[in-house]
Design a binder for this molecule. Sequence first.
Ligand SMILES: [Mg+2]
Length: 198
Amino acid sequence: MKAIFFDLDGTLLHHTREYRNVLTDTFESVQGTANDEWIETYNEAFYELFSRCEPEPIRRAFSRIGDCSDPDALVEVLREKETEMYQPPENVHADLERLSGDYALGVLTNGVPEWQKHKLQTYDLNHHFDMVVVSYEAGAHKPDTAPYRMAEQRLPADSYAMIGDSETDIEGAQNAGWSAHRYHGEGFEGFPDAIEWK
Ligand SMILES: [Mg+2]
């Protein structure tokens, strides 16, 4: 059997707003105000911690902001607001249901497991997939081949394809020897035909 892995953010879930605005809302909700310095400090710290797969990157990034008194509340509010900023493409359930008849289906996403799994659950997408691989579990993010190798181990198949909206999805898939399809928000009606299997 062939396996198709989907990216999550920007693919199975479409963005409806800028992440910066989500952060601003989060600060305003918890701190009563927001400013550019907090957002820059958070973004830099998060990126640094996330890149190295350090534990609790979100809470620790908020903790780097001297003026913010309640990192735990910021984490909780950001988690909800980040989840709410997405919307699944039209007909996603019918399309995944159809694909699951002939293919093993997985999710391969860069992120923190608890957060990514929370999004899948919120949008009732879990049950379509045989396997969910989150990069933190592999200790490296796409385009590193480590999460792809973990996906192969956890969901054995004859060949693999990756559908994702970022260059990192495609580059990583190619490095891992997978087929790859760049997703542009068109929905999944055209699959599996849109995949050019190697
Ligand atoms: Mg993406």
